[in-house]
Design a protein around this ligand. Structure first.
Ligand code: NAD
Ligand code: DAU
Length: 352
């Protein structure tokens, strides 16, 4: 595989994948196709934007002609699809855009790759990045999703991701296209848009705004540092078996309320505030509709077959993450100006 098209590379995970591959493969072309929605930010890639092996193209994965042109002009033989609408709360407010980008966008990429590669599958790979949310929710008392768990999505977001996964498998089974899918648990780290729990909490601590915790904060997520995810994506792209699915998880299950308290502990210390000062910001708010109780990932297939292991411990990763956001206030301010506060007020009813 020579030249790689990464879609959604200006977003949170995509920017880490682009940075990783631009650095690791100086003799290959890494092309980033991103529409730059509210979640895409060229500033996430300032440090690599002038690299000779990197090309950025602003555009939509739903644009068949554009995708074909990119595949042909750049001799693309590997596609990593990260472009998506990704926020569950937004999918509850406006599901149609999730179907358009996540379902039709993925299908457009598949069809463009099929037409351009024209049955010459040797050295080609279509790799689709999916989520653990397609598997639904787990009870509190045990179990974890593995690659054979039945799909049971509950939100418009997870339903759209599940649908796109099915199309990817259909292209493998019907046309023989070499495909890969990975389903990952919650990521955390630098450059995540502050609509998601961790950066939102840190930003609100910084501004002494209330920290909205849905329900009683008892829902559980399994957290993985985004750099461990980027490494896993690179490994799966180059060593995964075509047609297979790999689960990726951090083995760090945590209740939301415990995570928020951890973030407060670290941020208060770094900001020179008294211990626990920001605990009073915690505010229990109305629960998310259809809120999945617990996610947990069994990633033993990836560990066994490809030798992947997460390298960053949860404690160290959270410490580094809080430090990064507090050291990069101008990044926070640039992405939370304007439209962000309109969305924030719509979801949180002016609770500031
Ligand atoms: P993100 O919201 O931070 O970024 C998404 C990116 O896609 C943005 O840069 C946006 O501009 C771009 N985009 C959106 N619509 C587009 C379109 N029509 N054409 C081209 N670009 C478009 O997302 P993220 O959190 O980095 O997630 C990336 C992928 O990983 C998604 O597919 C998501 O489902 C999956 N995933 C995310 C997590 C997580 O915890 N964040 C976990 C597992 C899987
Ligand atoms: O599991 C992987 C998924 O993780 C990805 O596929 C999604 O793209 C990504 O957004 C993430 O989904 P979640 O819904 O788990 O992430 P979010 O940060 O929105 O919420 C994490 C938990 O925190 C969830 O139980 C809801 C809760 N929450 C969230 C927000 C934004 C709150 O209690 N308060 C909040 O303000």
């Amino acid at each position: 595989m020579r030249n790689i098209l990464i879609t959604g590379g200006a977003g949170f995970i995509g920017s880490h994948v682009v940075r990783f591959m631009v650095g690791k493969y100086p003799d290959r072309r890494i092309v980033n196709l991103d529409k730059l929605t509210y979640a895409g930010n060229p500033a996430n890639l300032r440090d690599v934007e002038n690299s000779p092996n990197y090309t950025f193209i602003k555009g939509d994965i739903c644009d068949y002609e554009l995708v074909c042109r990119i595949i042909r002009d750049h001799g693309i033989d590997g596609i990593v699809n990260l472009a998506a609408e990704t926020h569950v709360d937004r999918s509850i407010l406006d599901p149609l855009v999730f179907a358009r980008t996540n379902v039709m966008g993925t299908l457009t990429l598949l069809q463009a790759a099929r037409d351009c590669w024209n049955g010459e599958w040797s050295g080609k790979m279509f790799y689709h990045i999916s989520t653990d949310e397609v598997y639904g929710a787990l009870p509190l008392d045990g179990g974890a999703f593995d690659e054979t768990t039945r799909y049971d999505p509950h939100s418009p977001y997870s339903a759209s991701k599940a649908s796109s996964d099915h199309f990817v498998r259909a292209y493998h089974d019907t046309y023989g296209m070499p495909t890969l899918i990975s389903n990952c648990s919650n990521n955390y780290g630098a450059y995540q848009f502050p609509e998601k729990l961790i950066p939102l909490t840190i930003n609100n601590i910084r501004h002494r705004r209330v920290i909205p915790v849905y329900g009683r904060g008892e829902n559980i997520r399994d957290w993985l540092h985004v750099e461990d995810h980027a490494r896993a994506i690179d490994l799966i792209l180059h060593s995964g078996r075509a047609g297979e699915t790999y689960n990726i998880g951090g083995n760090n299950e945590c209740r939301n309320i415990d995570l928020v308290r951890m973030l407060i502990g670290a941020a208060d210390r770094m900001l020179g505030r008294s211990e626990g000062e920001s605990l009073s910001l915690i505010t229990f708010v109305e629960d998310r509709a259809g809120h999945d109780l617990r996610y947990a990932i069994d990633s033993s297939k990836l560990q066994r077959e490809l030798g992947w292991q997460p390298a960053i411990t949860f404690e160290d990763g959270i410490e580094r993450t809080v430090r990064w956001y507090l050291d990069n206030e101008e990044w926070f301010d640039s992405v939370t100006s304007g439209e962000y506060m309109l969305y924030y007020d719509k979801v949180y009813g002016n609770r500031r």
